[in-house]
Design a protein around this ligand. Sequence first.
Ligand SMILES: Cc1ncc(COP(=O)(O)O)c(C=O)c1O
Length: 405
Amino acid sequence: MSVSLLAREIKESPTLKLNETARILREKGEPVIHLGSGEPKSKVPLDAILSCAAKLRTADIRYTPTEGIPALLKAIIRYTEESYNKVIGPENVLVSSGAKQALYTLLMAIINPQDEVIITAPYWVSYPEIVKMVYGIPVIVKAEDGRFHPRMEDILQNVGSYTKAIILNSPNNPSGEVYSEEFIGEIVEFCEKKGIYLIMDDIYQKLIFDDRSPVSCYKFSKDNSDSSKLVVINGVSKMYAMTGFRIGWTIANRKLTEAMINVAAQNTSCPSIVSQTAATGALSGVQSSVEALRLFLENNRNIMVNELKSFAGIKITPPAGTFYCLPDFSAYHMKSTELSQFLVDKALVVTVPGVEFGMEGHLRLSYCGSVKDITDGIARIKWALDPDSPNEIYIGDRKCRRDWK
Ligand SMILES: Cc1ncc(COP(=O)(O)O)c(C=O)c1O
């Protein structure tokens, strides 16, 4: 089959592939534990469901303006004012079919072939691929000190005349790291001085622990003009557990938003009105589900970190947000892909190889499932990796052999 050079370049999404692996194993009746998941399991807020059901009952389901329905734009404007202390207008908002599409539309609108986009590692798996999809060049910057927090000096070393944009994601998928206020201040100032787009992917903004508050990048921005290059991406997928609705958005200057609207109009026309109505309900309704989810995740984070701390072979940096952590398993001297496969095969635990996030030797473990999944999942990983474990155990009525080398 003849596919384009570009399509040949684009990697399969490893996280979506692992969801499929977990689903197939479950369908076969295998007692699999999915620690690779990227979505909260809590129910969608009732206000979202009621709004969307009311819309469906009208049987009047049509195209919407490309930028989004006025009620959702209003809700996003209010959200931005409340959460970022930033006043914007409808001309600054474009609603997309998920934050993923928001990023794609944005990069389509700003990247010329060969433009470079700086991505700090560990990074969300889709960033480099989406940059390639618009013929840009992803430039991966890893902190020299081996930690998860990016450092200005490492970024500066990689900025050149081709640098068009920097993408940051805090709280961070896959590490759970929350970037410091000082760093956000410095990078906003730097990008404004250099005229580089700064893309803040804030999709986990409210899922933050230990009484920390999210940092608003706008606090440090001096450029309020129509040519500001600061762009914020957000959405309802994570904080409202609405991954299936596919609603995200960008906040950007008016001219850029107009350009993105043209791109989106020729691409999807608009996100589904049913989903937009649900997102409006979520953003405008009772907000208690966000705090309930945050508390649930903080408790799960504590459990996972405690379980992992008692695990002699790994190093853990406790996450301060999201529902992921990225322990270092390099003491086991296996490539992360090999280790992840070993754990599925031998212990029926799904994890995501760190190499997919630019962190070889690590595995991403999610704690958005049940406490039992976390404790059983880590107990199984320990059994599979601890040289002193028995070679055979029963998981349910399935006999598992690990055949440790
Ligand atoms: C950092 C980051 N950005 C964006 C997304 C995509 O969100 P959405 O489901 O709204 O497309 C994800 C999903 O995993 C993510 O982790």
